[in-house]
Design a protein around this ligand. Sequence first.
Ligand SMILES: [Mn+2]
Length: 354
Amino acid sequence: MSLQGIMKEKNLDGVLVTNMLNVRYLTNFSGTTGIALVINDDVKYFITDFRYVTQGEKEVVPMGFKVVREDRNPLGKVSELLKENGVKRLGIENDSVTLSQFSNFQNSFENVEFINLDNTFLNLRMVKKTYEIETIKDSIKIAEEALNDTLSSIKVGTTEREVCAKLEYEMKRRGGDKPSFDIIVASNDRSALPHGVASDKVIEEGFLTIDYGCFYKGYASDITRTFYVGKNPSEKHIEIYNIVKEANELAIKAVKPGITTRELDKIARDYIASKGYGDKFGHGLGHGFGLQIHELPFVSYRAEEVILKEDMVITIEPGIYIEGFGGVRIEDDVLVTKGGHKVLTSYPKEFKKL
Ligand SMILES: [Mn+2]
């Protein structure tokens, strides 16, 4: 459903958007200060101060927003626009508006009833537009090329932090704005930590899990690969690796419109359990991402069940984590297409020794 559809359903005369991710989603504004006010498809305002007028004109006008400059009292300007457009029922982002912002709204706007939008924007953002999908693809390309150029510098003796720094440098050099989260570089026994953010640890022989991505033009990528550093992997290393890889591939094969997030999670989980490692896979199978690294839908037995639809983008990231030994996670980014799916990540996932 569109924002207009939701406005109709909730009988709203306007929607006030102050969460900058939602502002960006609606207006394409990439700066840090601005408020969007939507009255209907034809009347949409973007209120900002003098610093962002030029940028605003360039970014938001093509999206149908009118730039309104207000340097001192943006909420006062919003109040004028609400009156001018006869807004009585105003949708607000109750998930992100703070108590002090809300009390400012109450003090600034007269005769306005505030209506909670709840998950409206998260639900809208779940199904990606064409330009969002294209930007995510670019973000993934940057991340994958960066990993490629980082691998040669990884060997026994390198620190996790050095790998992290190199990877970040290679992403930024290619146009990535910043990592999409704190880069995980977890070696040997630390690879058993699902969220082992890069530390000072010197890399020893064993598994090395790298979970990373970047923001590019506002959109995230999210990739995990596990390598083996050294020459002599044990049978158990190879066994665990191949179970995770198979779970990843089985789940990806099943991605299509109509399947639910829990059904998908179960495919990977049942397979890992059938191999005897069910209790070593403690997190959900994946998640949506876009303007944030974790968005709806959550592909997990624990989260609210969502039926997959065309143009959703999710990760598939099963793992096995064995304390004191090490862990493996393999994560791909997958687009739900009309006929099934397209895997957006292309980094090889054969067992690889570094
Ligand atoms: Mn992820």
